[in-house]
Design a protein around this ligand. Structure first.
Ligand code: ADP
Ligand code: ASP
Ligand code: MG
Length: 411
């Protein structure tokens, strides 16, 4: 029988009742397939565990944090297995380590090196349903690790690839992938199919519906993925390798408002300085979303970086050290910056799309700070006060939201 992986996110199993209804969905799928289940921690359990550690110390050791956070998923797998037993299905719960999800040693942000599948195949042979903890593994040093926040998606896709699964179904709290976040922008449209590349771009630029690392695994092993709502039985969004290559069009919009902009003002113009700064930042694991090298005068230049906001402390302290060494005049910083990204395969090849964007933004009196383009996206950086207006303007321009419902009064 072919294997299907079913992954349930935290909101989908937030209460015992929801765990029972997830079990019913699994029971239905089990009639046709060999099912392997991956689950997250219930509701906000992981946030609560983080908060509890903060009550003890503001800087817990990463090893101990991993040990703590992995307990959230252990509760879910045990309860879901009990729920399946109640439906007379033979289920067996496993930690990441028990099924041989081998990672590197980066605590709190580990990468999967290998999936040994120790006990999953054996359980499937016995017609059991393996219920596996998402988000965790065991390192090459035999330590318990986590894959970083949102990492259960990656577990689900890694198991799908290792088991050559027919499909990986990601159950969440929305009907699929939409043209923007449906919770923040009501009226956006559901996307029926999206390519791996577009989905990856969408998630890297802000849409958290599927973790970027999970998208990469799906694309690399061409695992068919469906994102579905766990609260209804509607068909969701399919992620496949079919793109609209010959018909470039904006497919979705996403945004990020957790950004940090920092500028080194008047860096002396020496060739090694730029590489020195970039190397120091990237070696310390800073994620550069954007950097801009502007010319101030013949001898000095300004250098601006945009990074995720949660890296602010690290970036600031690194740059402060660099500034002293390089005799830079000043650091300017702001958190009043956000990005809006228009996603679609090949959209940059269509000049009309870029000019349309600038035309509507200028009509709406929206001031753009910076722009980057790639084969898959046009990314606009702006002050936060323009964020919502920009998204609404672009959703309307590219017909990415449904027409407002007509009033039935007077009929
Ligand atoms: P889970 O707990 O199931 O992993 P997440 O919170 O990680 O769920 O992801 C689902 C959320 O992603 C949705 O509730 C929605 O608010 C958000 N989201 C952001 N952008 C999009 C989008 N383009 N389409 C669908 N959902 C999106
Ligand atoms: N429970 C973990 C988190 O909240 C992993 C996940 O939900 O994917 O980040
Ligand atoms: Mg998630």
């Amino acid at each position: 029988m072919s294997v299907v992986i079913m992954k349930f996110g935290g909101t989908s199993i937030a209460t015992p009742q929801l765990i029972l209804s997830a079990a019913k969905k699994i029971a239905r799928e089990k009639k046709e397939y060999d099912v392997v289940v991956v689950v997250s921690a219930m509701g906000q359990a992981t946030d609560e565990l983080v908060a509890r550690s903060q009550e003890i110390t503001s800087q817990p050791r990463a090893r101990e944090l991993d040990m703590l956070l992995t307990t959230g998923e252990r509760i879910s797998v045990a309860l879901l297995s009990m729920a399946l037993e109640r439906l007379h299905l033979d289920a067996v719960s496993y930690t990441g380590s028990q099924v041989g999800i081998i990672t590197d040693t980066r605590h709190t942000d580990a990468r999967i090196l290998e999936v040994k599948n120790y006990r999953i195949k054996e359980a499937l042979r016995e017609n059991k349903i393996p219920v596996v903890c998402g988000f965790q593994g065991v390192s090459t040093e035999k330590e318990i690790t986590t894959l970083g926040r949102g990492g259960s998606d990656t577990t689900a896709l890694a198991l799908s690839a290792a088991l050559n699964a027919e499909m990986c179904i990601i159950y969440t709290d929305v009907d699929g992938v939409f043209t923007e976040d449906p919770h923040q922008f009501p009226g956006v449209k559901k996307i029926r199919t999206i390519s791996y590349e577009e989905m990856l771009e969408l998630s890297c630029r802000g849409a958290q519906v599927l973790h970027p690392r999970a998208c990469r695994v799906a694309a690399r092993f061409t695992v068919p993925v469906e994102i579905r709502n766990s609260f209804n039985n509607r068909r969701g969004t399919f992620i496949t390798d079919l793109g609209d290559i010959e018909r470039p069009r904006p497919k979705a919009i996403t945004h990020s408002d957790n950004l940090y902009l920092v500028t080194l003002v008047q860096v002396p113009k020496r060739p090694q300085y730029l590489s020195q700064i970039i190397t120091e930042l990237t070696h310390c694991g800073v994620h550069l979303k954007f950097f801009f090298h502007g010319i101030a005068d013949a001898k000095r230049f300004d250098l601006s970086f945009i990074t995720p906001l949660d890296e602010r402390k690290r970036v600031k302290s690194l740059l402060t050290k660099i500034v002293k060494k390089l005799r830079v005049n000043m650091i300017k910083e702001t958190t009043d910056i956000c990005s809006v990204s228009v996603i679609g395969m090949g959209i940059c090849a269509e000049n009309d799309i870029l000019s349309d964007i600038f035309e509507v933004l200028s009509k709406s009196k929206i001031h753009v700070e910076a722009v980057t383009t790639s084969e898959l996206s046009i990314n606009i950086f702006l002050r936060k006060k323009y964020l919502n207006r920009t998204i609404h303007t672009l959703l309307s321009k590219f017909h990415l939201k449904s027409a407002p419902q007509r009033s039935r009064r007077g009929r």
